[in-house]
Design a protein around this ligand. Structure first.
Ligand code: CA
Length: 64
Protein backbone atom coordinates (compact mmCIF):
# COMPACT_ATOMS: atom_id res chain seq x y z
CA UNK A 1 0.00 0.00 0.00
CA UNK A 2 1.49 3.24 -1.13
CA UNK A 3 1.66 5.76 1.60
CA UNK A 4 1.85 9.45 0.95
CA UNK A 5 3.83 11.35 3.52
CA UNK A 6 2.52 14.91 3.42
CA UNK A 7 4.80 15.98 6.26
CA UNK A 8 7.79 14.91 4.20
CA UNK A 9 6.59 16.83 1.18
CA UNK A 10 5.82 19.91 3.23
CA UNK A 11 9.18 19.74 4.97
CA UNK A 12 10.94 19.55 1.61
CA UNK A 13 9.00 22.54 0.31
CA UNK A 14 9.66 24.52 3.47
CA UNK A 15 13.37 23.86 3.14
CA UNK A 16 13.52 24.89 -0.49
CA UNK A 17 14.41 28.36 -1.66
CA UNK A 18 11.78 28.88 -4.31
CA UNK A 19 12.71 32.43 -5.23
CA UNK A 20 16.47 32.24 -4.89
CA UNK A 21 16.89 35.01 -2.31
CA UNK A 22 18.71 32.79 0.16
CA UNK A 23 15.76 32.33 2.50
CA UNK A 24 13.97 29.01 2.65
CA UNK A 25 10.20 29.06 2.46
CA UNK A 26 10.04 28.38 6.21
CA UNK A 27 12.22 31.42 6.87
CA UNK A 28 10.15 33.56 4.52
CA UNK A 29 7.00 32.65 6.42
CA UNK A 30 8.70 33.31 9.74
CA UNK A 31 10.03 36.67 8.66
CA UNK A 32 6.95 37.69 6.72
CA UNK A 33 8.89 38.23 3.50
CA UNK A 34 7.49 37.39 0.08
CA UNK A 35 7.67 33.61 -0.14
CA UNK A 36 7.44 33.50 -3.91
CA UNK A 37 9.33 36.66 -4.79
CA UNK A 38 12.97 37.61 -4.54
CA UNK A 39 13.70 39.72 -1.49
CA UNK A 40 16.76 41.94 -1.47
CA UNK A 41 19.19 41.67 1.45
CA UNK A 42 17.88 45.06 2.62
CA UNK A 43 14.29 43.83 2.65
CA UNK A 44 15.36 40.73 4.53
CA UNK A 45 17.21 42.85 7.08
CA UNK A 46 14.12 44.99 7.63
CA UNK A 47 11.97 41.89 8.03
CA UNK A 48 14.41 40.43 10.56
CA UNK A 49 14.38 43.66 12.54
CA UNK A 50 10.59 43.75 12.49
CA UNK A 51 10.54 40.20 13.83
CA UNK A 52 12.79 41.14 16.73
CA UNK A 53 10.40 43.94 17.63
CA UNK A 54 7.42 41.61 17.46
CA UNK A 55 9.10 39.18 19.82
CA UNK A 56 11.03 41.32 22.28
CA UNK A 57 13.94 39.66 23.97
CA UNK A 58 14.96 40.18 27.57
CA UNK A 59 17.17 43.01 26.33
CA UNK A 60 14.11 45.19 25.78
CA UNK A 61 13.68 45.50 29.54
CA UNK A 62 16.84 47.55 29.70
CA UNK A 63 15.57 49.97 27.08
CA UNK A 64 12.55 51.00 29.14
CA1 CA B 1 11.42 35.74 -0.83
Amino acid sequence: MAQIAPADVIARVLESDADGDGLTLAEELKLGTKATQYDTPAQIAVARQRQFQAFPSRNSEFEL
